[in-house]
Design a protein around this ligand. Structure first.
Ligand code: FES
Length: 196
């Protein structure tokens, strides 16, 4: 979990009505229907990822209430999950969120050097976003890919066996992608929809 994760106003509201696009809603309903009646809550994590992606990169109470309504569960059940996992953001974030692992096995393989390198390269500390709004950097605990340490995740993609040279390539790649009008970024909605 990132170091700033508990400091947010989780009940922040815009008083705005959120609704998935027809395209997304169709896929979301199919994801929910994979679970038996009364067990729709099992679709909560996919739905939070999709909501975060569709509604500007972060969550607020209005969005979490909307997700609760789709799953017929209480809003508090959504808040509990959204505030527990570091992959859900309650603050504005950049287009690409870099989560770099700060747990033992990654550090033993040079992860601390990679963390320092990223901070210097981006000119930000963990929890901050670059001035151009492209990158947010977070230090997180084990990403579950210790065999490929050091590891970081950028939005939906894992990047493993990091070196300084590899980080340079990855940052260039995302910077170039950010400048393109049509994004080729992989979407959570497609990832979860295809994972049957
Ligand atoms: S310790 Fe870094 S991925 Fe597990």
């Amino acid at each position: 979990m990132s170091e700033n994760h508990n400091k947010h106003e989780i009940y922040k509201r815009e008083g705005k009505l959120y609704k998935f696009s027809d395209y997304t809603l169709k896929r979301v309903n199919e994801i929910i229907e994979r679970y038996p009646e009364g067990k729709q809550k099992s679709a909560l994590i996919p739905l939070l990822h999709i909501a975060q992606e569709e509604f500007g990169g972060s969550l607020n109470a209005d969005i979490m209430d909307y997700v609760a309504g789709l799953l017929s569960i209480k809003p508090i059940e959504v808040y509990e999950v959204a505030t527990f996992y570091s992959q859900f953001y309650l603050d504005n974030v950049g287009k690409y969120v870099i989560e770099i692992c700060q747990t033992g096995p990654c550090l033993a393989c040079g992860g601390d050097e990679m963390i320092d390198y990223l901070k210097t390269k981006l000119g930000i500390e963990a929890g901050e976003t670059t001035a151009d709004g492209i990158f947010t950097l977070k230090q997180v605990e084990c990403l579950g890919a210790c065999g490929y340490a050091p590891v970081m995740q950028v939005n939906t993609c894992f990047h493993e066996n990091l070196t300084k040279e590899r980080i340079d390539e990855i940052i260039d790649l995302y910077k170039n992608q950010a400048e393109k009008p049509q994004s080729n970024d992989e979407k959570w909605v497609e990832k979860f929809y295809l994972r049957k």
